[in-house]
Design a protein around this ligand. Structure first.
Ligand code: HEM
Length: 136
């Protein structure tokens, strides 16, 4: 399997892991364990570590999605290209804007819900892009 097939699958798996970690952040009440953005204090508690991992996986998702989108824009079919580009735009908004707003709003419920909604869209779009790229 070529890199343009493996990268999208890896991206989907990483976005999925970020979402599962996000749910754990939420359910253990660690959303404000890092009260700052983009960095937070050295992780000395489990809550801060979990929040760190969520942000780390988010950053990794962004890096992999960027590489995937680049590969698909060069070689993918028009559906894979369109879904990857739209997914990347939403992911940039999620990582660099919505994530920060969630923190600075002190977890305002509507904004946490928007965060979840954008995550689902990004996951769905890259799943479609991966399916198209595996199919060829
Ligand atoms: C790939 C990007 C990201 C994805 C896919 C993602 C996904 C999620 C998901 C699914 C949840 C669970 C929501 C819920 O249970 O209602 C969550 C929670 C959370 N995310 Fe993200 N997230 C991303 C990036 C970020 C970034 C960059 C930040 C902050 C810098 C952030 C901060 C948070 C916080 C604080 C929570 C917990 C909210 C609460 O306590 O209710 N996320 N995330």
């Amino acid at each position: 399997m070529g890199v343009e097939k493996i990268l999208p699958l890896l991206t989907v798996f990483t976005i999925y892991s970020t979402m599962v970690l996000g749910s754990y952040v939420s359910t253990i009440g660690a959303g404000l364990a890092c009260p700052d953005w983009p960095l937070c204090p050295f992780p000395t508690t489990w809550e801060v570590l979990v929040e760190y991992m969520h942000r780390g996986f988010a950053m990794l998702s962004f890096l992999l999605a960027t590489l995937t989108t680049y590969a698909l824009v060069k070689r993918g079919n028009k559906y894979a290209k369109a879904t990857a580009v739209l997914g990347l735009l939403l992911l940039i908004i999620q990582v660099f804007l919505v994530g920060a707003i969630v923190i600075f709003s002190a977890l305002q419920p509507v904004l946490v819900t928007v965060h979840m909604g954008v995550a689902l869209l990004v996951f769905g779009l890259y799943t479609i892009a991966a399916a198209y790229s595996v199919k060829g």
